[in-house]
Design a protein around this ligand. Structure first.
Ligand SMILES: [Zn+2]
Length: 376
């Protein structure tokens, strides 16, 4: 009997949240369990990662400290850990230059002020342009990671039939950024919309985008029908035409700009007195979800050409953009129904995304169509 499925190298999750303290180790382990050999760990911790070196003055956390904690939690099994610097009111061009010289600073993250979880310390992009920080990122060939949503919008403009915060951001801000900083490498993180895809494509090869499993699998209708709040993340899942554009982007034969970044974001208390915490947890199961999404997009994963399409998105494009080596270790994906259940951690239970969405939700579980073995 032949072994079912197909092999892929281990991969990089180029956008994920690992939190801190007692959550950190189980979250890193969940990423290792899905064949991750490297991560871009987001800096919207408490306090945020607003310093590069631990010796720098300031109140935030440092890349140096957080990175060491992540490497320690992985017990030698993560080869690459990139922590972007959280761009805040305290960020200076001098800090960017010193950080680049140290080798610790490889990327920086723009958050829309108050626009998502942990975005209270962010400042508007215009300010980061006028104070010289963005120019310094370009000068040192560092990556600017964007949470691309317009900020400060009232509800009716935030998400409307004609437009929404992500569209507004990419239409207004990305062309300006690319024109003023033509060599700046930019990652449009967790892209969700047709307009976003078009703007990234138009911007050219120095601009790329990560796409999450949930935005390839679901639409806002799935979120609203019975208010499936486990699917609530920011930017929101959008409409069918948006999902179609994302699927077309990731499955295109010439795709080099779009790659995997789960935005996996755990919440032990998803529902709060103020509403719902934004973020979907896909640690442990993201390759399986991406495979499901590629199949739904019409990619034949039984055939080498289809497998190559998934490989470009999951393994190659992101590594190339971040200039990371392709892993030599391999994992195997094959079609076989299996159950996924909530993850117990010392800080509380975390519900992975498909749990609570599908027909098994009353059992507190979900069925995946794909299975993963990481030592293949
Ligand atoms: Zn995120």
């Amino acid at each position: 009997m032949t072994t079912p499925g197909f092999l892929l190298p281990h991969w990089y999750d180029l956008h994920a949240h690992f939190r801190q303290e007692e959550l950190l180790a189980p979250l890193v382990q969940a990423h290792l369990a899905m064949g991750c050999c490297g991560i871009v760990a987001m800096p919207n911790t408490r306090p945020p990662v607003t310093r590069v070196m631990a010796s720098e003055a300031g109140e935030g956390w440092s890349i140096e400290t957080y990175r060491q904690q992540l490497l320690h939690a992985a017990n030698g099994r993560l080869e690459q850990v990139i922590v972007p610097l959280y761009l805040s009111a305290t960020t200076t061009p001098q800090q960017i230059a010193a950080g680049a010289a140290s080798g610790l600073l490889q990327a920086a993250k723009y958050y829309p002020p108050h626009g998502t979880t942990g975005a209270q310390s962010a400042i508007p992009l215009e300010q980061l342009i006028s104070n010289g920080v963005i120019a310094e990122l370009e000068r040192h060939d560092l990556i600017l990671c964007l949470h691309g949503e317009a900020h400060g919008l009232e509800g009716e403009r935030y998400f409307d039939r004609d437009t929404h915060a992500e569209e507004l951001f990419y239409r207004q801000q990305l062309p300006t950024l690319v024109e003023r900083f033509p060599r700046l490498r930019i990652v449009a993180e967790h892209l969700t919309s047709r307009v976003g895809v078009e703007m990234v494509r138009q911007a050219g090869p120095q601009v790329a985008a990560t796409i999450t499993p949930q935005h390839l699998l679901y639409t806002v209708g799935h979120l609203l029908q019975n208010l499936k709040y486990h699917l609530y993340c920011l930017p929101l899942v959008k409409f069918q035409e948006d999902r179609q554009a994302l699927r077309a982007a990731v499955t295109a034969a010439d795709n080099r700009q779009f790659f995997a970044g789960t935005d996996s974001a755990p919440h032990t208390h998803k529902v709060t007195p103020c509403g719902c915490a934004a973020g979907c947890f896909t640690g442990g199961i993201a390759p399986q979800l991406y495979a499901e999404a590629f199949e739904q997009a019409g990619i034949a994963l039984d055939e080498p050409a289809g497998q190559q399409t998934l490989r470009r998105f999951l393994v190659e494009n992101g590594a190339n953009f971040y200039r990371l080596p392709i892993a030599t270790q391999q994992m195997r994906l094959w079609r076989e129904p299996n159950r996924v259940e909530p993850l117990a951690t010392p800080a509380g239970v975390i519900t992975p995304l498909p749990v609570g969405i599908g027909p098994d939700c009353h059992e507190g579980a979900a069925t995946l169509n794909w299975r993963l073995e990481i030592d293949a």
